[in-house]
Design a protein around this ligand. Structure first.
Ligand SMILES: Cc1ncc(COP(=O)(O)O)c(C=O)c1O
Length: 406
């Protein structure tokens, strides 16, 4: 048998060893939590060299600029994201997904036009519609599944500097063709930033299709236990320095705290196993819901009649994840009834925790989005979103069965 020499470890191996410190003076097996705001310099020269960016100085000065525990997590996330590509990547942690996204958008969109997917997580959408224009950042919305519209936007505007996409849209589960859109954007010298929170690097890797920056709410699947709010940006090595992203994070002040980073690292150790189970349960739940007489419509990446099935087959791997959106006949009122009757599934926003969460985007996660934008983005008033957990699928089905039995 031919021996295959792998260049990089698999995501399973990277995650199982996510908390191994590179070196530790006491030989600690687990990455220590450096819960400190500041660092003592050996002498004045070490401090001077640090701030002058000269070699031979201190390695750390103040935790808003960088922290060893946070940096360990950043390097693990970068390794996971770039597992399929030859280049190296780097990561930056933030105190929330929104801190990561807005820092990225302000930094890369300043003085330019952002071409943004119209269906996005509610706060991202609100920032683009209301916050960015106040900062003189122009925003144009498009449906990225309409490639003509993407082409037309680049013909119409010559100031597009950034394209912003969600790899699986929250909450409509639409999946756009990253390869083609990134090719168009790069042809016009625009960068592409992709929020990969729903898909995670277990199911989709935007770098494989040429993305410049990948964004995460690490609050979700990457942490997995619902104990942390956090965010990350990942890019190819050198990008953050070229774009002054570290300076923006330092001055906006959005870095993650060390304890949150440490908890996320603990969550990562079981990330691939959790994702496997979320995905298996997601497929079971989607089939169950698709066949339920009270369900009038369902959106799940793994259903063969998903409108973007061909793109999903090309872009996704290891299954389809645990996020499902559906509509009940009876619309909004039927949805409220279901949410109030669910017992095992928690009625809560957020997603990607090991336990099942159910929520109503129009009145919860996407309430901040103007009704007309919600409508054109396909977020109907009756849409229910479920984040399928890793419980026994039969137990989740039993709960939804009793909740929809009226
Ligand atoms: C797709 C997506 N991106 C970004 C965010 C924002 O993340 P955070 O709540 O960690 O700021 C969310 C939150 O729900 C999300 O669903």
């Amino acid at each position: 048998m031919e021996t295959v020499i792998k260049q990089k470890n698999s995501i399973e191996t990277i995650c199982a060893q996510a908390d191994h410190p590179e070196k530790d003076p006491y030989g600690s097996h687990v990455m220590p939590l450096y819960q400190t705001s500041t660092y003592k310099f050996k002498d004045a020269e070490a401090g001077r060299r640090f701030f002058a960016h000269e070699p031979g100085g201190a390695t750390h000065s103040y935790s808003r600029l960088g922290n060893p525990t946070v940096q360990k997590l950043e390097s693990v996330l970068a390794e996971m994201e770039s597992v399929d590509i030859d280049e190296k990547a780097e990561g930056m942690m933030f105190g929330s997904g929104m801190a990561a996204i807005t820092t990225g958008l302000m930094n890369l969109g300043a003085g330019k036009r952002i071409l943004a997917q119209e269906t996005l997580y509610g706060c991202t959408s609100q920032f683009l519609q209301e916050g960015a224009p106040k900062l003189n950042i122009e925003v144009t919305n498009i449906n990225p599944n309409d490639l003509e519209a993407v082409h037309d936007a680049f013909q119409k505007y010559d100031d597009i500097g950034l394209v912003y996409l969600e790899s699986i849209a929250n909450p409509t589960m639409r999946v756009c063709d990253l390869e083609i859109i990134i090719e168009i954007a790069h042809h016009h010298d625009a960068l592409v930033m992709v929020d990969n929170t729903f898909a995670t690097p277990y199911h989709m890797r935007p770098f494989n299709w040429g993305a410049d920056v990948v964004a995460y709410s690490t609050t979700k699947y990457l942490n997995g236990h619902g104990t942390v709010v956090g965010g990350a940006l990942i890019a190819k090595k050198g990008f953050f320095e070229e774009t002054d992203m570290q300076i923006s994070r330092k001055n906006f002040g959005g870095i993650s705290g060390p304890f949150d980073a440490w908890l996320t690292m603990m969550g990562l150790k079981t990330f691939p196993l959790r994702m496997k189970q979320h995905s298996e349960n997601g497929e079971i739940m989607a089939s169950y819901l698709a066949a339920h007489p009270k369900v009038s419509q369902i959106w799940y990446a793994g259903l063969p009649d998903h409108p973007d099935a061909d793109i999903i087959n090309k872009q996704m791997m290891n299954g389809y994840g645990g996020m499902i959106a559906f509509e009940l006949s009876g619309g909004y009122h039927a949805g409220v009834e279901l949410m109030n009757r669910a017992k095992l599934a928690s009625l809560a926003v957020s997603l990607g925790t090991v336990d099942t969460l159910i929520q109503h985007p129009a009145s919860m996660t996407h309430a901040v989005v103007k009704p007309e934008i919600r409508k054109s983005a396909g977020i109907t008033d009756g849409l229910i979103r479920i984040s399928v957990g890793i419980e026994d699928a039969d137990d989740i089905i039993a709960d939804l069965d009793q909740a929809m039995n009226w």
